[in-house]
Design a protein around this ligand. Structure first.
Ligand SMILES: [Zn+2]
Length: 265
């Protein structure tokens, strides 16, 4: 059983000391491919470096998380364009809107979201999207670009059934994290995850965040890592009434198609 973790923040400082061991544990757990998330200039650069150091295994994205929208500048836009042209990244993002934490002004978030969608369209790259408590603005902005975007995934989907239905109606892909393993805040997601068609579902850890609460024995660390992806798989499979093997096969194949990965793995 092979898995792809489509959201691994391996450029996060918490992985700086032991990345090789983290990747070895991922491999042992069947997580054969990782999409390393870029969420600002430094982490996008680092994600590209990690992908170069682990060809065929790690692939990078480059983008600016809405929390950092005020950091949008020409060096980052330039890096994204060069990386896209040079084949150094497999998607633009993480990009989107976060009105839950509202760390950056909403107007800046919206402007920077659109600017990144524009770059993805120019280069024909898929987008890796973040939306939290911002569905009402997110979809209208995204819709303007969808005709020119090859594919889009709403990563770490945590919204309600109406938002899910709206995304599926636009033919978006949906990324599910360990949020679904949380018996309280993940309860609604658990109930609606079976609405996602087999060919639109992908799974992710969003590590080092979102440690699955179903892990037994309970981990001693709070740092989540790609090797924990099978716990997400397990809960998603149960909630969908499918076997873990079937969900693994679908999500792994979807990730390969979505990110345009042709290498073995
Ligand atoms: Zn996110």
């Amino acid at each position: 059983m092979l898995l792809t973790d489509i959201g691994a923040n391996l450029a996060h400082e918490s992985f700086a000391e032991d990345l090789d061991a983290v990747l070895e544990r991922a491999d042992a757990a069947g997580v054969s491919r990782l999409i390393v998330t870029g969420s600002d200039l430094a982490s996008s650069r680092a994600a590209i470096d990690i992908a170069r150091a682990h060809p065929g295994r790690c692939h990078a994205t480059a983008g600016l998380h809405p929390h950092h929208a005020e950091d949008w500048d020409e060096p980052l836009a330039g890096l994204m364009r060069r990386a896209a042209s040079g084949g150094d990244i497999v998607a633009i993002g993480e990009a989107g809107l976060d009105f839950f934490r509202d760390i950056s002004p909403r107007a800046a978030q919206e402007r920077v979201f659109a600017a990144q969608l524009e770059i993805a369209c120019e280069h024909g790259l898929p987008v890796f999207l973040h939306q939290r408590e911002a569905h009402a603005r997110f979809l209208p902005i995204l819709r303007d670009y969808l005709p020119d975007l090859p594919r889009a995934v709403v990563h770490c989907f945590t919204d309600d059934g109406d938002a899910l239905d709206a995304y599926l109606a636009e033919d978006l892909h949906i990324g599910i994290t360990g949020w679904i393993c949380d018996e309280r805040r993940g309860a609604e997601l658990h109930d609606i995850v079976d609405r996602i068609p087999d060919d639109r579902l992908m799974i992710e850890t969003d590590c080092p965040y979102l440690m699955p609460r179903t892990i037994r024995p309970k981990p001693r660390t709070r740092r989540n890592e790609p090797a924990n992806l099978p716990w997400v798989l397990q809960t998603v499979a149960e909630a969908r009434g499918q076997s873990p093997e079937a969900v693994a096969a679908h999500t792994h194949a979807n990730a390969a198609r979505f990110f345009g990965l042709t290498d073995a793995g």
